[in-house]
Design a protein around this ligand. Structure first.
Ligand code: TZP
Ligand code: MG
Length: 227
């Protein structure tokens, strides 16, 4: 799958890491208007994860989100709906392990979309690596109330293992229970990206939290030792 680069003119090409920025602060939202609101705050990586709408309504949400993006350099990922993502020209798709059976990964790769894959164990990591994705997510790092999962929290040490193992080969995205308060600790692992739902969408002041997260993450230049 293509590497992560947000320059629109580079889509469809592959790059080495030095030229590809990490995903950084990566909000996961369930409505297109969040895409608009967060882009206004400086977010440039975002995932639309719609779980409660039918296919047609989900498609409408993706259409709306893409309309907000316009020609901005935003890495817009769609959760699950890979065919619609191809059809409408999203930057990438995020899939869970259970989706890997059904999705046509060859079609997805040929269409030039990025692919992120969730992992929760070494076994799942091995399976994700076999697909050569654009990034690998590990979750839940901490307890989360946003998703029911049969996995206990991975913790920082497990995240550190993922980062150390994958460094220079795959960007790692940490997800699950991530808050502003925990971001510093996560940053120390060298992980290039943190994804969150609640910390932003349930915040009293989402603008402030988003700005603080972006500020904190700004100085991150992870993967210093390039291949
Ligand atoms: N995958 C692993 S944890 C999670 C998903 C979708 C939920 C993250 O939500 P929150 O609210 O940031 O814990
Ligand atoms: Mg899925």
């Amino acid at each position: 799958f293509p590497k992560l680069c947000y320059q629109p003119e580079l889509i469809g090409q592959t790059f080495n890491f030095p030229n590809c920025p990490e995903l950084g602060i990566y909000p996961v939202v369930d409505k297109a208007d969040w895409v608009e609101k967060l882009i206004d705050e400086g977010i440039n990586t975002i995932q639309l994860r719609v779980k409660d709408l039918d296919d047609e309504s989900t498609k409408q949400q993706i259409v709306s989100a893409l309309a907000y993006l316009n020609d901005k350099s935003v890495r817009f990922f769609v959760n699950d709906h890979w065919q619609t993502a191809i059809e409408l020209g999203a930057y990438g798709v995020h899939l869970g392990q259970e989706d890997l059976h059904d999705a046509n990964l060859k079609t997805l790769a040929e269409a030039g979309l990025r692919l992120g894959i969730s992992t929760h164990s070494y076994w799942e990591l091995a399976r994700a690596l076999a697909v050569n994705p654009s990034y690998i997510a590990l979750g839940p790092i901490y307890e989360t109330t946003s998703k029911q999962m049969p996995f206990s929290p991975q913790g920082i040490e497990r995240l550190q293992q993922w980062v150390d193992l994958l460094k220079s080969h795959y960007p790692v995205v940490a997800i699950g229970g991530i808050t502003l308060e925990r971001a510093e600790q996560l940053k120390a692992t060298g992980v290039g990206s943190v994804a969150m739902i609640t910390a932003i969408t349930q915040a009293n002041d989402y603008k402030k939290v988003t700005r603080q997260l972006l500020d904190l993450w700004q100085e991150i230049s992870s993967y210093p030792d390039q291949v």
